[in-house]
Design a protein around this ligand. Structure first.
Ligand code: NAP
Length: 168
């Protein structure tokens, strides 16, 4: 199973981000991430043996509730991704991502060695934008994180939440 841990926005916030991405798409092309697929990855696991999923569902992990401000947009030429994210990643999100990574390593799961780069991908295979419309005002309260299975389907990526973890 291809798995990752993520923060998922409320639908209203996701729809606002998707509408913004559609405006950008008129100039940059590429594929817009559908509203229901918009998320921020905390830790990417890649392929995991199904027999180990119960371990992931009961990871002893905790964290603090916080807000995730979406304040800036960026473009990565290396993978042609247009993303949005906070100006500075909130400390509780950094701590959560680090705790997850340490725990996953301790439990012998394969994790990314690259530092956590909090970003929300909105467009893939896009050309570099010359200018961007102002970002929408939105609220993204972070009260939980989720373990997600990622699959390719005829309509593109399909994500299924396998487990929810509440934050205190
Ligand atoms: P995904 O590759 O399963 O990725 C799910 C999430 O994990 C995304 O947020 C992605 O970040 C992040 N991620 C993926 N690889 C990572 C890595 N090495 N290190 C850190 N984070 C990583 O599903 P997807 O994002 O929908 O698909 C992205 C591309 O991979 C698409 O072009 C798709 O065709 C291809 N792909 C998908 C699957 C699948 O089963 N979904 C399988 C093979 C290939 P970003 O949003 O920054 O990419």
């Amino acid at each position: 199973m291809r798995l990752f841990f993520a923060l998922w926005p409320p639908l209203g916030a996701a729809e606002a981000l998707c509408a913004w991405a559609r405006r950008v798409h008129r100039k940059t092309g590429g594929s817009v991430v559908r509203a229901r697929n918009i998320h921020l990855t905390l830790a990417f696991l890649g392929e995991v043996d199904e027999a180990r999923v119960p371990d992931l569902k009961r990871l002893p992990i905790w964290g603090e509730r916080h807000a995730l401000p979406i304040e800036r947009a960026g473009y990565w030429a290396r993978n042609r991704i247009l993303w949005v994210g906070p100006e500075a990643t909130p400390a509780p999100a950094v701590t959560l991502a680090e705790r997850l990574r340490d725990l996953l390593a301790a439990w012998k799961f394969r994790t990314e060695r690259q530092p956590f780069a909090a970003h929300v991908t909105l467009l893939r295979k896009a050309r570099e934008p010359e200018e961007l419309p102002p970002l929408p005002e939105l609220d993204w309260p972070v009260q939980e994180f989720v373990l997600v299975r990622s699959r390719l389907s005829a309509e593109g990526s399909r994500y299924d939440v396998l487990e929810r973890f509440s934050l205190a």
